[in-house]
Design a binder for this molecule. Structure first.
Ligand code: FES
Length: 100
């Protein structure tokens, strides 16, 4: 039986290219962006403005804000976004902004 969770489907389907801080990532189209970036080896999505500590997805349900990224100039929670080809993704505001 095929699982319902999109987190278990990262290896299936067409892949598309996106960039994260200028580096090209090959991600599964339509997958959860946070899960796909983690699976691609991205382990720091942003840094906190207070201590500069690195942050990566934690809750995967839109509650913790540790997955914040800037997508084409708009700061979004990566766990609430689907992968689309050509996305220009960056650490928000140079990597040092967002909730702690
Ligand atoms: S991982 Fe917690 S809001 Fe995205």
């Amino acid at each position: 039986m095929k699982p319902v969770s999109p987190f278990l489907e990262l290896e299936e389907g067409p892949r598309v290219s996106v960039t994260f801080d200028g580096a090209t990532l090959d991600l599964p189209e339509g997958a959860n962006l946070a899960a796909a970036m983690l699976a691609a080896g991205v382990d720091v999505f942003r840094h906190t403005p207070v201590s500069g500590a690195p942050r990566a997805p934690y809750c995967m349900m839109g509650a913790c804000f540790d997955c914040l990224v800037e997508i084409e100039g708009v700061v979004r929670q990566a766990c609430m976004v689907a992968v689309k080809g050509g996305m220009d993704i960056r650490k928000p505001h140079g990597g040092d902004d967002g909730p702690v």
